[in-house]
Design a protein around this ligand. Sequence first.
Ligand code: PNS
Length: 165
Amino acid sequence: MKRSAVYPGSFDPITNGHIYITERAAAIFDEVKVSVLVNLQKKSTFSVEERCAMAREALSHLPNVTVDYFEGLLVDYVRQTRSRVIIRGLRAMSDFEYEFQMALMNRQLAPEIETFFIVTDPKYSYISSSSVREIFQFGGTVQDVVPPVVFQRLRERFPARLAQQ
Ligand code: PNS
């Protein structure tokens, strides 16, 4: 049986930190399903289709990684995919409290599903999708922390910044 894992997130947009976590997971599991949340309450900068397309391109070097989206409860989706593992990345202790609570909540909902935490490389510890969006919009450089496809999409989404980047 294939050992498969789901790596869920908003990925709005995918960053080099997410790519690093996916690479580490792909080295351990037979297949990794990067799963983009369709969040109807929270307004995202990129549509779910855009987020999936960017993730697909950024992860195309990993043959055992697929990208899809999900709606509703994560554990329901994980069950549908017949996986039993949720991957989450940890950047700092400050992530831990939220992640720990989420892992316990998911265990309460689906005791057979395990959350695996992968610690990031220190060089990615300060990167988040929200800071990438904000820095880009205010004219800062994000080229070093996102894959080329995301940089290109940011330039298209916020053309006022074209002159500065
Ligand atoms: O990248 P993010 O925004 O930190 O990812 C959060 C995510 C998508 C993993 C989380 O919000 C989630 O699983 N949402 C789906 C709804 C759900 O299952 N909620 C209960 C989790 S406690």
